[in-house]
Design a protein around this ligand. Structure first.
Ligand code: HGY
Ligand code: MN
Ligand code: MN
Length: 420
């Protein structure tokens, strides 16, 4: 990778050292130490990370608040009264046994941009807000993109309150348990947002294989999360003849085995994944009477996702009957999103000014930026993922690339907040 200019106002080595410390500290807030990051929303680990993020925001001199979902905001006021903010950030929850960078890289980048604003005593006209979002992964309450959907009003208060985790704990109960206040304001008027910048790890192999440190995201895939429920009849594994069974797991297994070819038939890079499978009552000598499994479908083109959703529903329906009942619930659906053209140009310009090699890239992963893109001007930068790995303990990115992204966002944020 080409080296980069070090400009005095950045003290890039100092930024890089702080980035490594932030990432390392946050990675310790996990329920599975030694086996990746497991930081579920409103968990003990969430609270540890939340307190760290808020402490860093206060050290920088930001005004810190949390909303009624538990999203964290650190604001550097602008000179313009009641002006909309330039937001920089990402999420701080994780998938089970995930990595240290998916989400936190973007929160840390925001903290470091704010640090540079403070260090250089910038007085922005428009406020700069650093944001740490909850439940982007949906690992605890399903669906995903919960913090950002809540802020823009895509997730209603009632729908939020109705969400429960696998133990039946509601969002509000879980919030109160770690000292959060669900009665705080939730939805935010989109007029209070001027722009949203998100740094994220690529989570794929493209940048690393190209030897390019910065990816400027042009679009984000369309995605849906389905939940399929298959019901049958519980029974004794030993005394129930094979021709008298309504085995929910056998039916579900036949469905799941056929999902990949639905995506392959659709083509266009369409992907489909079953990541979650819950069997009830889950006894080795009991015929399962209920199975619940996830189906994650993505494509750059909305029509591909819609086609495959219909094919999944037909496939599931095909196995109902003979004592088997099926249902499909859609937990999340987001259309493909284009990043804002002006911000794209700004990020390209600022990256070029540092002679940092970059390329345009489309995101196969979902991000909070896709939610905000319908409400404000949005831009994303990617940095390479080692061996293209993510959502696993092996996830790793180079703090030098993260520091490069910080300086690009710093210059872009100076422009967007008119702190020149
Ligand atoms: O699933 C995704 O694309 C993101 O990591 N939540
Ligand atoms: Mn992420
Ligand atoms: Mn993720």
């Amino acid at each position: 990778m080409n080296d980069i200019q070090i400009r005095s106002e950045y003290g890039l080595d100092e930024v890089q050292a702080r980035i490594e410390k932030h990432i390392d500290t946050l990675s310790n807030f996990t329920a599975t130490p030694g086996n990746g990051t497991t930081r579920l929303t409103y968990s003990k680990e969430d609270l540890q990370a939340r307190n760290y993020i808020k402490e860093k925001m206060k050290e920088i001199g930001l005004q810190v608040r949390e909303d009624g979902f538990g999203n964290i905001f650190g604001k550097l006021e602008g000179t313009l009264k009641d002006a909309p903010s330039v937001l920089i950030g990402s999420h701080f929850d994780s998938v089970p046994n995930g990595g240290s960078y998916d989400g936190p890289a973007g929160v840390v980048a925001g903290l470091e941009v704010a640090s540079l604003f403070a260090k250089n005593q910038l007085k922005p006209k428009y406020p700069l807000e650093i944001i740490a979002l909850i439940e982007e992964e949906g690992s605890r309450f399903g669906g995903g993109l919960m913090g950002s959907r809540g802020i823009v009003g895509m997730l209603s208060e009632d729908d939020f309150k109705s969400l429960k985790d696998k133990d039946g704990v509601t969002t509000e109960e879980a919030m109160v348990k770690i000292g959060l206040d669900p009665s705080l304001p939730k939805k935010r008027d989109s007029k209070t947002m001027k722009a949203f910048l998100e740094l994220h790890i690529e989570q794929g192999p493209i940048l690393e294989e190209k030897g390019i440190p910065i990816g400027i995201v042009e679009s984000i895939v369309s995605l849906t999360q389905l939940e399929v429920t298959v019901k049958g009849q519980a029974g004794h594994a030993g005394t129930t003849p094979m021709d008298r069974r309504a085995d929910a797991l056998v039916a579900a297994a036949k469905m799941i085995a056929q999902l990949p070819e639905l995506a392959e038939e659709e083509g266009n890079g369409t992907v489909i994944t079953t990541g979650q499978l819950n069997v009830f009552p889950n006894g080795s000598n009991v015929i399962p009477d209920k199975v619940v499994f996830s189906v994650d479908i993505r494509s750059g083109k909305e029509e591909n996702v819609l086609n495959v959703i219909e094919k999944v529903k037909e496939l599931v329906d095909f196995y109902s009957g003979n004592g088997i009942q099926t249902s499909v619930e859609q937990l999340l659906y987001v259309q493909p999103k284009m990043m804002n053209k002006d911000i794209l140009s700004l990020l390209k310009k600022k990256t070029s000014e540092f002679n940092v090699p970059y390329c345009s890239i489309n995101s196969g992963a979902g991000h909070d930026a896709m939610v905000f893109s319908d409400y404000t001007d949005v831009g994303m930068l990617f940095i390479p993922s080692k061996n293209g790995l993510s959502h696993c303990p092996e996830e790793w990115s180079d703090s030098r690339h993260l520091a490069m992204a910080v300086q690009i966002f710093y210059e872009a944020a100076k422009k967007l907040t008119e702190a020149e």
